[in-house]
Write a protein that binds this ligand. Structure first.
Ligand SMILES: [Ca+2]
Ligand SMILES: [Ca+2]
Length: 373
């Protein structure tokens, strides 16, 4: 796979290539005006450590095909090998420049165990074939990140810096996306913490990633059959709001079956919980008390409470008829303004038990538009 930003660069790169190397992987034009190219070691690890061949290297050439005199091995190497910019690579199948700043990352496909993401550094030696994966050998540049390719993964591909950060959420800014050809996933590397997290899976042989000017991520999948060679676009779509469930109200005072006499002060208290909000605060409660002159004549009038403490309410009862009832009502509301009403047990006059069949109160679900009690 080859990618060239401009047709002219493509032609110049091919001129330099001299049409005789099967290991050229990719080439890109950097902001410094130089063309960078990754070249595999042609199944001969020794090539990667030799300055007598461009194989197993990252190369740097001028846009006119000549070799920059400030290349790190310009005076040490000869001929076209002076184009060597970094060495010790096995198969730098893909690499990327950060559109913001001067950062370069090189994905080196491993052989025995490790797939690598390496910081592109002039003159660096990435260790192949003497090391693969993380190393403390001072001769070699240890990868920024490496993952074990046993048990599914097989070859790192990609990669792309998330820039411009105009479509995904802010947390993706300056993340580096990379893929694995066999595992079929795309992961993202946080460049400030080096933490890696999954991003996409189930892709049929991803081979390249790009972030478009529109801030969307594009990936090329080799695929199979009718879906061979397809470019996909990934864009961020805000998740729908979570399904909201009604809170639950519980009246803890007065106890079911409480009796009263005229002049008593009755305290109502309760709790509220909500599947989304958890335990609801006192401010989520509203209270009201309706006085029923008679169970037969129904609602008589509502009275202001003696004391109101959000989650409890005190009510002085003045009615003392044989069959009068007071009903305490409470409503709890969650953060979505969805409410649920629960009525306290009717209170019977002293010597008269509470109304039968009402010990659980009257539980009603309210629509989100129903406010208060
Ligand atoms: Ca290495
Ligand atoms: Ca809720």
């Amino acid at each position: 796979m080859s990618r060239f930003p401009q047709r002219d660069d493509h032609l110049r790169a091919r001129q330099f290539e001299q049409r005789d190397q099967p290991q050229w992987r990719s080439a890109k034009l950097r902001a410094d005006g130089k063309l960078y190219a990754g070249v595999g070691e042609n199944a001969n690890g020794a090539n990667a450590q030799s300055l007598n061949t461009v194989l197993g290297k990252m190369l740097r050439i001028n846009s006119d095909g000549t070799i920059p005199s400030d290349n790190p091995f310009f005076n040490e190497a000869t001929g076209r090998n002076r184009a060597i910019w970094a060495l010790g690579l096995r198969n730098p199948f893909t690499f990327a420049f950060n559109p913001e700043g001067n950062q370069m990352l090189i994905n080196d496909v491993g052989q025995n165990t490790w797939e690598e993401i390496n910081d592109g550094i002039s003159g660096a030696n990435y260790g192949w074939p003497d090391t693969e994966g993380a190393t403390s050998d001072p001769r070699f540049q240890s990868p920024r990140y490496a993952y074990d390719h046993s048990g599914g993964p097989c070859a790192i591909t990609g990669g792309a810096f998330y820039s411009p950060a105009i479509q995904f959420p802010s947390g993706y800014e300056q993340d580096y996306f990379f893929a694995d050809y066999c595992a079929g996933w795309i992961h993202k590397l946080d460049l400030s913490t080096n933490a890696v997290a999954g991003f996409a899976s189930g892709i049929s042989f991803p081979v390249d990633l790009k972030v478009g000017d529109d801030g969307r991520l594009y990936y090329l999948a080799r695929g199979t059959g009718a879906s061979t060679g397809v470019v996909y676009r990934v864009e961020w779509v805000a998740a729908p709001p979570p399904t909201n469930q009604s809170p639950t109200a519980t009246i803890t005072e007065p106890a079911a079956g409480t009796l009263y006499s005229g002049g008593d002060v009755i305290t109502y208290a309760g709790t509220g919980t909500d599947p989304e909000d958890g335990t609801l605060p006192a401010g989520a409660f509203t209270w009201s008390v309706d006085f029923y002159h008679s169970t037969n004549s129904g609602h008589c009038y509502a009275r202001a409470p003696v004391h109101s403490f959000d989650d409890r309410l005190a009510q002085r009862l003045v009615h003392d008829s044989d069959d009068g009832r007071d009903l305490g009502r409470r409503v709890v509301s969650d953060s979505f303004d969805r409410s649920r009403l629960r009525r306290a047990d009717p209170l019977g006059r002293e010597g008269h038990p509470s109304a039968q069949g009402s010990t659980d109160g009257d539980d009603q679900s309210r629509s989100p538009d129903d406010q208060g009690g």
